[in-house]
Structures are given as structure tokens and as C-alpha cells.
Design a binder for this molecule. Structure first.
Ligand SMILES: NC(=O)c1ccc[n+]([C@@H]2O[C@H](COP(=O)([O-])OP(=O)(O)OC[C@H]3O[C@@H](n4cnc5c(N)ncnc54)[C@H](OP(=O)(O)O)[C@@H]3O)[C@@H](O)[C@H]2O)c1
Length: 319
């Protein structure tokens, strides 16, 4: 594994991290979850990314992780960066959603209990809240660090302007923003329009999600929809469905697959390498339903440079 410094912090993250959004809920096989985590850690993936609402049902991924952590990883706690988040709907009533101090503090307490941890390494505000003053949300993140419940804080899916403000507020409070977590893939490039420039200027790290477009940027859907895929399993909570597997994206995936083959990579490996070619990206969070997917993606880091010709080919396919 290769570890990149996260912004101007003291922390280095593995180029590949593992996310537990899907595949770690009550509907999933516990031993498979365990094998995925072991395969990741044994590949040098020292960062596991969670959130309060990952499941299904919400909370279940943290519970599953907590059970495996207790069995297998407790003695490795100091070798791990474990993150959680709050910002999406979690419980009924006015205090279980968005960005109030009440919600963030209570939610992290619940997450720590589910995972059996004293603290998380990174705690994120999961999405911007247009109704809560940003001062309140950032003060909550600062408080959580001062309470020792998180070592670092981050934000997720904040647009460039809000990101600049959040970074500034956190700086004033004395709890620097460690990292931003945006969606970024060959098929979704919004971060190139300002966000990455802000993070570079502010020296804040960037860890991307859905960089395989939830599986579309792999060879999985090139010949139809397999039953045991994310689309085939009809998952909810933001998972892609058959309507996302359009003729247009599959044609693009087929052409990209040919470029990847010339690089001696699978399409999935090239999709991840393409993100990591930019030094401003600290890490890519991979989602995985099988241990072998982790092994395949961990090997992507062997080649994360692209020739001008390859980049040109990719751009013309994506255009
Ligand atoms: N901050 C946020 O708002 C936010 C939102 C979404 C996600 N995230 C984080 O980012 C993580 C990753 O997100 P994601 O799951 O959408 O990412 P992704 O990496 O784009 O998609 C993961 C899915 O792709 C398939 N896959 C992975 N490796 C493969 C391979 N080598 N060959 C073929 N298929 C492969 C698997 O699907 P199959 O089930 O089809 O095998 C896997 O579940 C999440 O777990 C979470 O930690 C954060």
C-alpha cells in the first residue's frame, strides 16, 4: 500500500480505503463481511469509513463492524483510522437529521456505542444543512474533538463556497478541517469545477466515494445485470438501480474497458487509478461485496500514471 499525507495534517491515509455503506447490513453474510475487512487490512487498507445510517437498517453497518472489531481488530486499534458521519435522517422527531449540535453530538454517542469504540479518528458532517447556521454545525464538530470523541473532523458533499466557509470557521475554532469527502468518478466530475482547487489552496485532504460509479465502472454490467450485483439485489438508500445502467454508460464502459486492457488493468482498476493520478486526492473509498474485489482494487495502485495519449482517449470516450 502507498500512504498519502492528508492535506497538511500529520495523518497519512492509504490510497485505497474501505467503505461500509452497503454489504455490511443485517441482510448481509457476517462471515463475508469479516473476510472483506480482513482482506482489506491485510492489503494495507488501514482506513474504514462508516456513517450512522449505513445498513440496512440504519446503524447496522456500525453494529456489524463493532462485532468484527471486537473479535479481530481490537488489538490493532492504533493501526486503524475509523470514521463515522451524521447528517442524513437517522431517527424520528426533530433531532435525528441534518446539522444541529443536538443531532451531531447524540449521533456520535450512538455510533461509538454501536461500534464499541471510545473515539473515532474522523467524524464528518455528512451533507450541508441549509437551515442550520454553519457556525452551529462547526462548533459541534469542534466540541466533539474537545470531548475526545473524535481526533479529526471533516465535511462531506459541501460545494466549494460552503467548503471555504466551513474550513475558515473550523480554523477560527482551533479544530482544523482534516478532509472533504465528495463523490468523484469518471462519470461524475463536479469536483473539478472548483472544489479540488479550494482543497488544494486550503491544504485540506480529499477522499472520494462512488469512484466506480457503484459498479458501473467495472466489467460487471457489460453483458447485462448479474443477480448478485448491487443493481440485481435491488438495494435501496441511494444504491443504483437498473435505470442507471443505460445503453450510453455501458457503451462508455466498454470503450474504457479497451483502454484499461492496453494498460494491463481491469476497468475497475483503471477507474480508481484515474482518480489517484491527481495528487490532491488523498484516498479513494472503495465499496466491496466480495474480498476478491478488494484484492483487485488494491492492485490498482501499481499503475496510477497515464500517458497523454491515454488521457486523451479517455476524455474523448467520456465527452
Ligand atoms: N459521504 C457520502 O455521502 C457517501 C456516499 C456514498 C458512499 N460513501 C462512502 O464511499 C464508499 C464507497 O461507495 P460506493 O459503494 O458507492 O463505491 P463504489 O466503489 O463506486 O461501488 C462499490 C461497488 O462496486 C462493485 N465493485 C467493487 N469492486 C469491484 C470490482 N473489483 N469488480 C466488480 N465490481 C466491483 C461492488 O458492487 P456489487 O455489489 O455489485 O458487487 C461494490 O459494492 C461507501 O461504502 C461509503 O463509505 C460516502
Amino acid at each position: 500500500m502507498i500512504y498519502r499525507r492528508c492535506g497538511n495534517s500529520g495523518i497519512r491515509l492509504p490510497l485505497i480505503s474501505l467503505g461500509l455503506w452497503h454489504n455490511f447490513g443485517e441482510i448481509d453474510d457476517f462471515e463475508n463481511c469479516r473476510k472483506i475487512l480482513h482482506t482489506a487490512f491485510d492489503s494495507g487498507i488501514t482506513h474504514f469509513d462508516l456513517a450512522n445510517n449505513y445498513g440496512p437498517p440504519p446503524g447496522a453497518a456500525e453494529t456489524t463492524f463493532g462485532q468484527i472489531f471486537k473479535k479481530d481488530f481490537r488489538s490493532h486499534r492504533d493501526e486503524l483510522i475509523i470514521s463515522s458521519k451524521a447528517g442524513y435522517f437517522m431517527w424520528d422527531g426533530p433531532y435525528g437529521d441534518w446539522g444541529s449540535k443536538k443531532y451531531l453530538v447524540a449521533s456520535l454517542d450512538q455510533s461509538l456505542q454501536r461500534m464499541g469504540l471510545d473515539y473515532v479518528d474522523i467524524f464528518y458532517h455528512h451533507r450541508p444543512d441549509p437551515a442550520t447556521p454553519m457556525e452551529e454545525t462547526m462548533t459541534a464538530l469542534d466540541l466533539i474533538v474537545r470531548q475526545g470523541k473524535a481526533l479529526y473532523v471533516g465535511i462531506s458533499s459541501y460545494p466549494p463556497e460552503e467548503t471555504t466557509r466551513a474550513i475558515e470557521l473550523l480554523r477560527q475554532l482551533g479544530t482544523p478541517c482534516l478532509i472533504h469527502q465528495p463523490r468523484y468518478s469518471m462519470l461524475d466530475r463536479w469536483v473539478e469545477e472548483g472544489l479540488l482547487d479550494v482543497l488544494e489552496k486550503e491544504k485540506v485532504g480529499c477522499i472520494t466515494f462512488s469512484s466506480l460509479a457503484q459498479g458501473i465502472l467495472t466489467n460487471k454490467y457489460l453483458k447485462g445485470i448479474p443477480e448478485d450485483s448491487r443493481v440485481g439485489r435491488h438495494l435501496e438508500n441511494g444504491a443504483i438501480s437498473a435505470s442507471n445502467v443505460t445503453k450510453d454508460v455501458i457503451e462508455k464502459a466498454q470503450k474504457l474497458n479497451a483502454v484499461a486492457a492496453k494498460r494491463d488493468q481491469s476497468l475497475a482498476q483503471m477507474a480508481i487509478a484515474w482518480i489517484l493520478k491527481d495528487e490532491r486526492i488523498t484516498s479513494v473509498i472503495l465499496g466491496a461485496s466480495k474480498p476478491r474485489q478488494v484484492t483487485e482494487i488494491a492492485a490498482a495502485i501499481k499503475n496510477i500514471t497515464f500517458s497523454a495519449e491515454e488521457l486523451g482517449n479517455i476524455e474523448s470516450i467520456l465527452a
